[in-house]
Design a protein around this ligand. Structure first.
Ligand code: BGC
Length: 808
């Protein structure tokens, strides 16, 4: 047990400054003089990615084996709070087994645009789901005594510009959509820490955004835990501290330790602010130190849990003529590289080494399925392989049913870059098209973390979307295909017909100023309200059985509305239904979506069974954020039990007394006049809504540490950027051509992620994410080179950098 007050008293200013940053990526700093140890923290968020003890490689290197749970795209589709809690407990157990005190997750950013490369790691386009599931995951982990770090706070909704982009959001969308997902997690999940995002939010880096950190998080929500930076997200260290950022990660930036000391000495930074931040670090170290290791990682029972989550998160998107489930007595032609090389987890910082892995092929074999297999395409290529392709066509001619395994690989979607198209890889589409031309029955089993253009599905009979199902994905696919389990996942995001339908999609990441012009009309809130047809709506998902809903009742108490209904399984298979409760709020003075998800419950029923389901909606969740505050608009509220965001099954309304409120004129003019006016919104109009003219992001010379390196136009700058890209590309090619080994695939994927990520960084973000390998001084030397000031660079190189040493 650490006596935080006592240690705080004993620490010197230098030691305090050191404690405010991490060490060697995954540790806090220790101060042996006062008996303060360090703790270990690491990724998250769908399982533990722990660097192996003793591995000398910087950053990640070799990682321990751990359970690869389904990524949030799958667990989000389960709509099952209990499973997320259990997943949290299991992750907490593995953390304790490996001596990890804090795990970096959950990740709950809103899926604003389907092309965001990191959508797989997030739960939903809807803040209620993201908040509810994120809360349970947090609770589960924290209940095991392990800390969490809910991330990325806030508005980190693209990858291309994540290091320097500015997410420009109006107040209403900020509160009702983007912050809303975090709020219950903070208030009910009580995470040990919050990780601030890389990007700017309304002009200021999240890591030094007073309104976001001190304002919303601490003042409004009463958060008392620690705020850490994302890896390399610090910009101005002292400003960050003043604005509520406590811990810099990954740390080892001598310059930033020194500026803290200097700022205290000059009086720019008060001792009180410093001590508050140090105290928060001491508190998580104290918690971590008290944590007793457990002797068993329980990996086999966790594998069962991972399977359960993937069974519940798989979404049956199409089932023409009840093509599924399949009969095990028949023989099938199985096609697609993903049968053997299943995509089961995301890519980037969440990529881990699974303890157990069951591919669909292994599952089919272990259950004795009668099949013939053709690879068809290479999962790591977008190009057609003529011989693989024609081998399928030759065999397909002689069979009735083809099970096609396809989807997106880590080269199509990953942390670190955004997708450029909604389409599946062309080699898979070509193959599907040619098989379809033979008129055979096709069952498409899909892996991938986000929506794809499904126009091809007219030619397939069934689509089973596994998303990224984790280590037991193959077993789950088998059980769902052959009716051993019944799909019950519901899409936590809209699947549009095409990217052209995505509001302001053509502007996504085109400039580093990301104007969130759609405001609160994100995902289904846009499509349903503005009458835009979609391919598969939010909340949609089929089952092998049918459900009937009846007897809807609404009961109003002082603080909550309880809506109940009876759900009956009217088919002949055990299954689960989700009661999705949407509310259409009055729109007298304020523009609102036609309906918004306000509650959900999942219910499990045997054939013929009926259960009454209650969905409780706190009245405060019916409020909207207008004119600087939360207001409940008076009027009639329509409560709708839906099968998805477009289909109302039962509805009734009640009147609720609240305030008489009005939108600002500009909000009504932009959002209340129909789709054409909405989509015609200019930058200037949006800026008027925001209340300031947003300057174009201009690259000025001399460049500074925050200039995106890809924008360098000088000879020195182009040389530097070219060299960097060359080095990272070479590492990738080296890993790709290395001899086969158990780790090869992971290494290749990580190298690809590194290469893609680096292309979107600035010298500041590279330096501050580098664990001290690129010191602040060296970053400035390189900057001099980029500014063609070679002599300056040389002079700087030989000038010693003043920075305090780490305590022993
Ligand atoms: C990611 C975080 C992650 C961190 C450490 C960052 O690049 O954005 O989500 O926790 O790296 O790996």
């Amino acid at each position: 047990m650490i006596d935080v007050n006592e240690i705080l008293k004993q620490l010197t200013l230098e030691e305090k400054a050191c404690l405010l940053s991490g060490h060697k990526s995954w540790h806090t700093n220790k101060v042996s003089r006062v008996g303060l140890p360090s703790i270990f923290l690491t990724d998250g968020p769908h399982g533990l990615r722990k660097k192996k003890e003793g591995d000398k490689v910087a950053g990640l290197g070799q990682t321990e084996l751990s359970t690869c749970f389904p990524a949030a795209c799958t667990s989000g589709a389960s709509w099952n709070r209990d499973l997320l809690y259990k997943m949290g407990v299991a992750m907490g157990e593995e953390c304790r087994y490996y001596g990890v005190s804090l795990i970096l997750g959950p990740a709950v950013n809103i899926k604003r645009n389907p092309l965001c490369g990191r959508n797989f790691e997030y739960f939903s386009e809807d803040p209620l789901i993201a908040g509810a599931l994120g809360t349970q995951l947090t609770r589960g982990i924290e209940d095991m005594g392990v800390g969490t770090s809910v991330k990325h706070f806030a508005c980190n909704n693209n990858e291309a510009n994540r290091y320097f982009g500015d997410s420009i959001v109006d107040d209403r969308a900020y509160r009702e959509i983007y912050l809303k997902a975090f709020e219950p997690i903070i208030k009910e999940g009580k995470p040990a820490s919050v990780m601030c995002a890389y990007n700017r939010v309304n002009g200021k880096y999240a890591s030094e955004n007073n309104g976001l950190l001190n304002g919303v998080l601490r003042d409004d929500w009463g958060y008392e835990g620690l705020v850490m930076s994302d890896w390399g997200a610090v910009n101005d260290r002292v400003e960050g501290l003043k604005c509520g950022l406590d811990l810099e990660m990954p740390g080892d930036i001598g310059h930033n330790r020194q500026v803290i000391i200097d700022a205290v000495k000059t009086g720019d930074l008060s001792m009180e602010v410093l001590d508050t931040a140090v105290r928060r670090v001491l508190e998580i170290v104290s918690r971590g130190t008290d944590l007793k290791p457990i002797p068993d990682g329980k990996f086999l029972s966790h594998a069962d849990l991972a399977k359960q989550i993937s069974l519940e998160g798989a979404v049956l998107m199409k089932n023409e003529g009840r093509a599924l489930p399949l009969d095990e007595k028949d023989k099938y032609l199985v096609v697609g590289d993903m049968f053997e090389r299943m995509r089961y987890q995301g890519a980037g910082s969440s990529l881990l080494r699974p303890y157990k892995l069951t591919t669909p092929k292994e599952a089919f074999d272990s259950h004795g399925v009668n099949y013939d297999y053709e690879q068809g395409y290479n999962v790591y290529s977008f190009e057609k392989d003529p011989s693989l392709h024609s081998a399928v066509i030759n065999k397909a001619k002689n069979v009735d049913t083809i099970i096609f395994f396809g989807g997106l690989s880590e080269y199509a979607e990953s942390e670190g870059f955004d997708r450029t198209t909604l389409s599946l890889p062309q080699n898979q589409l070509d193959l599907l098209g040619d098989i379809a031309a033979l008129g055979k029955k096709i069952i498409f089993v899909m892996f991938g973390g986000c929506p794809v253009d499904m126009s091809f599905d007219d030619s397939v009979d069934a689509v089973l979307n596994m998303y990224l199902p984790g280590e037991e994905g193959g077993e789950s696919a088998y059980e769902l295909l052959f009716g051993k389990a019944n799909p019950s996942g519901k899409l936590p995001e809209t699947w549009p017909h095409s990217y052209a339908d995505v509001p302001f999609g053509s502007e996504f990441t085109k400039t580093t100023n990301d104007r969130y012009k759609e405001s609160i009309f994100v995902g289904y809130r846009y499509y349903s309200t503005f009458g835009v047809p979609v391919k598969y709506p939010f909340g949609y998902g089929l089952s092998y059985t049918d459900f009937a809903y009846s007897n809807m009742q609404i009961h109003r108490d002082a603080d909550v509305v309880t809506v109940s209904c009876d759900v009956k399984n009217v088919g002949d298979t055990y299954g689960a239904a989700v009661v999705e409760l949407f509310v259409g709020a009055p729109k007298s003075g304020v523009v609102k979506p036609v309906r918004e998800l306000r509650g959900f419950e999942k219910v499990y029923l045997t054939p013929g069974e009926t259960k009454t389901v209650n969905v409780v909606v706190p009245i405060e969740n019916l409020r909207c954020y207008v004119n600087g505050g939360w207001k409940l608009e008076s009027g009639s509220y329509s409560f709708e039990i839906c099968s998805d965001a477009t289909k109302v099954i039962l509805s009734d309304s009640i009147s609720i007394e609240g305030d008489s409120i009005n939108d600002s004129e500009i909000y009504t003019a932009l959002y209340g006049k129909g789709k054409d006016t909405f989509l015609a919104m200019t930058d200037a109009e949006f800026d008027k809504l925001i209340g300031r003219k947003i300057a174009d992001p201009k690259i000025t010379r001399p460049y500074d540490l925050n200039t995106p390196m890809r924008e360098y136009k000088t000879a020195g700058g182009r040389f530097l950027y070219g060299l960097l890209m060359f080095v990272f590309k070479t590492i990738y090619n080296f890993e790709k051509s290395a001899r086969p080994s158990p780790d090869k695939e992971t290494k290749v994927k990580n190298a690809y992620f590194g290469w893609q990520t680096i292309s979107a960084m600035s010298l500041r973000s590279i330096s501050y994410a580098s664990e001290g390998m690129l010191s602040h001084k060296l970053a400035l030397v390189l900057l001099d080179i980029a500014n063609n000031r070679v002599l300056h660079a040389l002079a700087r190189l030989f000038k010693p950098e003043k920075c305090v040493k780490l305590p022993k």
